[in-house]
Design a binder for this molecule. Sequence first.
Ligand code: SMG
Ligand code: MG
Length: 372
Amino acid sequence: MRIERVELRHLRMRLRTPFETSFGCEAERDCLVVRLEAEGLVGWGECAADRWPGYSYETVGTAWHFLEEFAVPRLLHGPIEGPAEVRARLHHLKGHPLARAGLEMAVWDLVGKASSKSLAALLGGTRQRVAVGVSVGIQPDVRSLVSTVASYIDQGYARVKLKIKPGRDVEEVRAVRREFPELRLQVDANSAYSLEDAAVFEAMDDLGLLLIEQPLAEDDLIDHSRLQARLRTPVCLDESILSLRHARQALDVGACRVINIKPGRVGGLCEAVAVHDLCLARGVPVWCGGMLETGIGRAANLALASLAGFTLPGDISATDRYYAEDIAEPRFVLNADSTITVPQGPGLGIEVSEAALETFTLRRAVLCDAGG
Ligand code: SMG
Ligand code: MG
């Protein structure tokens, strides 16, 4: 198919409640939305980079630069076969996985619409509903943490992830565990600790956690493997895994026993499926992470999480948990069994509202095929 027109939009959307992690607190979420036109069809993609480089070095600004200057011109240059070709055309460019994933997602949406197949079907998904949980940010104090967790349990979430940071860890996790002895519980440090803090994680080893996510620096597989050797609780890597190669090497050196797969972080859905396939072959459980996406990115995450190897609940919560107003319909709702239904329509299976999009847009650019 020939991509004729590419529109980039920088959006800013207010979160229902501020989200605090070890790297900061955000009340608004920025992202970059990609809209492609090809042969009468429209494809949507979301780049999960944020306004500032807290989670990743990428920001909406760097993604914009990478896409506008380098990636989009390569895509407008002649017809493309499909998503794998996006990867191939950008192969000689370094870095910027979140940016390239946003572009690749829009091509997946186009391919799904052109073939009347859902993204889940294209990726090889095997289930219609996926198990999900909720990620709870750092709260002002332990009491409000326990009551926030209680309110999510009341809403039907059967798995809870707690964000932790130095000084706000063992005590808080213990308090939640005491209150909810049977809850499927896990923690995420967003790389805030070093191996000298191993005692913090050893103290959590008896709390029956499903996993401890990204305790140490993102570029440090060696210390993660030393930490994992000291714990019974599985270490799960998020920020450290930017590619299939990283996943293989992390497993080879025993740096983790579980992997959080985010299509953005690994540069797109093609690579995400490859990481999934590797883990499935090696018997390593995976789950789908979240980046506070709009309905566009969440639809893609649900499709990915429908693959057989996603055996742990994902950070894919109902639309209501994030935004009062979203840019896509339908809004995702939590089923009574703590699952969300995978969209079945062609492509991402959602309708993007251009009017809603307009209200959140800070900046817009249009790039066209020079020949047409
Ligand atoms: O989308 O529900 C969600 C958020 C899940 O905690 C979550 N994501 O490190 O896993 C993670 C964080 C990154 C979010 S930074 C915006
Ligand atoms: Mg994480």
